[in-house]
Design a protein around this ligand. Sequence first.
Ligand SMILES: [Zn+2]
Length: 378
Amino acid sequence: MSRYLLLFLFFTLSLFGKNEFEKLYWSGNSLVAEFEKHLEKDEVNYWHFYHKDSKKYKYIFDVKDGFFRDGVLKFQDKKFLDGIYVGQYKKDITRISFRNDREVDFKYKISKNKIVFQFQTGTKKKKKEKKSKEKEKQEKQHWIEFQPKGKKRNKIIVLDPGHGGQDGGAICKKYGAVEKDIVFYIAKYTAEYLQNMGYHVYLTRRQNEFISLRDRTRFANRKNADLFISIHANSLPKKGNYHSKNGIETYFLSPDRSSRAERIAMIENGRDFRRKKIRGVLHTLSSMKIVQSHKLAIDIHTNVITRLRKYYYHIGDGGVKGGPFWVLVGAQMPAILIEVGYVTGDRDGKRLNDRLYRKRLARGIANGVQDYFKKNSL
Ligand SMILES: [Zn+2]
């Protein structure tokens, strides 16, 4: 008997000066945490953060001198939150926490012996949903889809015409050549050829839209693409014999770099470039992906050169090289970048403005893709 009395005494004493948590319940859109005694504002400490590992937003309320006798309790609740927890965090702190995948919009107030969490009502939520739907729509409009025709090949190719919108890329007034337009049409023609070969193709952007470099590969990942091909045109500063420099070059992402690859990469990387970050990324590239991208680069490059040489003299062959191209970083599939010629070059500059030349070039790229899949029996 005395043992129980002792226990009872101990329990009562330990509660002395403590404010015991009593219950948790919903009242309309409000969640109410009720305590035994009145709460002061400075007794409730609120903070929140995003927990990266669990990918959840956490909202924490620590109640000073609180007491919760049941250890930790998880309240299952599907109304707004993934979980509501109450527990004795420290000897003198009771913790109430919410966890959710998305940010939770709510206010709280302390009223007598209660903490009342007021969640945003339905109308506001709907407004938000509407907004995000509109956003989605806008996002959808930036790319172009080419459904496969004829015999379907079950492969998805993302073609990425460089630059766009306010970013014109390389420009040569003398030949009226603007990179963003040249590469858009080449990408579009390539897409049409590939579509007729049975491939499912996407262009990362519409004719005059600007997309950040990272969003281009992100898009390809989201579409679960098998290949990512970025199409660009080169230029040289107007010095010396700049106009005599012509030729096609193809690049893949690799830690090995020639000084030329590095120079071109610097131009294409533009404002989005993060020099420190790319070094880290280059070291983590899988050799498998480098090899596959290298193969793809060779197949496309060879086909483009061969195709054009059927029709034109003096097609410059700048070769295939590895380089630190930011636009290729993050692509989860073999990825290459082709520089279809120098807009500042006397031959390339004129040719790149010609519709037929663009089409022939596009045909070369499409044949390269076909070759790549055939050779690798993919
Ligand atoms: Zn470019």
